[in-house]
Ligand binder design. Sequence first.
Ligand code: IPM
Ligand code: MN
Length: 386
Amino acid sequence: MAVQSVALIPGDGIGPEVLREGRKVMDAVAEVTGVTWQWKEYPFGAEHWLKHRKGLPTLMSEEEMAQLATHDAIYFGAVGDPRVPEQVEQAGALLWMRFYFDQYINLRPAKLLRGVVSPLAGKKPHDINFYVVRENSEDFYIGLGGRFAGRRNRDLLELRRALYKAKFQVDIDIDPEDQIAYQIGAITGRGAERVIRYGFELAKRKHLTRVTVVHKANVLTKIYGLWMETAERVAKEYPSIEFDTAIVDAVTMWFVRRPEWFQVVVAPNMFGDIISDLAAATVGGMGFAPGGNINPDRKAGVSMFEPIHGSAPKHGGFNRANPIATILAGKLMLEHLGEERAAELVEHACEDILEAGKVRTYDMGGNSTCSDMGDAISERILQLKP
Ligand code: IPM
Ligand code: MN
């Protein structure tokens, strides 16, 4: 059996406690399956930055990124601390990894587990069960934009003129009233194709029959025009899978009104960001929402698995956060590493514990601790075996 070498990044706030429980559950998995872990913990987070990188724009240096690249996967808690600029912890850690390792898939399953109550009335377990496949490398996340001086009442003219001259970046120390700001989203045909294809391949692998491609091509005709033309072309290669399209505003309505419809939902980066939080809410909240930042070609880039939630600094250190999102991120990591049966075991154990209902964290209206939850799920795994 291959040894899986995994980088652990606990991070800040509740990150360390939820990741500790994630690792505990993964260690239980190792006891009853052929999976063998080799963990290596990295200190990236607020303390590390304040001590070693203060003033620098990223949490990790290039050398540290190169070190992360040597692992089979990265298992990530959360980062975010009031003492560190938000930009550094978000763009300088999450986006830095996504771009650096070309993790162009952001896989965010939304599944209503046994034992969890959805805020949508009348939904039974697995009534909500779909994958959001979020494009993770392009769109409005490319950071292209600027702020410059405008002139009152002539702003639009100025904007056009400035764009025309491609003379964007001006340091802003003038009144915001007299500024123009813009930010551009851009996609590439290849970038769209690889994520849409992943969506169809995922459907095939999971024996699903419908792929919904999200867009706003009715208004943002250029960027999502290319996106949809690409989708139509890729969809033709999968005649046995229904090709469904939906405009993003309507998707938010249908996620609430008829979530059963959705199986695989492929979305551009920013729409995917927004709708995946909504999807998480329908299956019990951020405590149940894992994400995989994936480069499907394991040789081309290491993938990173995390709960979608942030570091929630005000809850950090109390051992009360719900670790299930992190544990389910571990499930995604197992799948990525080719350990399908071990992955199933993790979800099964989570559902058994949730359904039994004895262990419930505060977000579920209980007062069990984060470690109570991790212990219970680990013990269940040892009982179940694969
Ligand atoms: C997410 C987060 C990130 C995003 C932020 C923190 C950069 O909201 O992972 O969904 O916008 O992608
Ligand atoms: Mn988000």
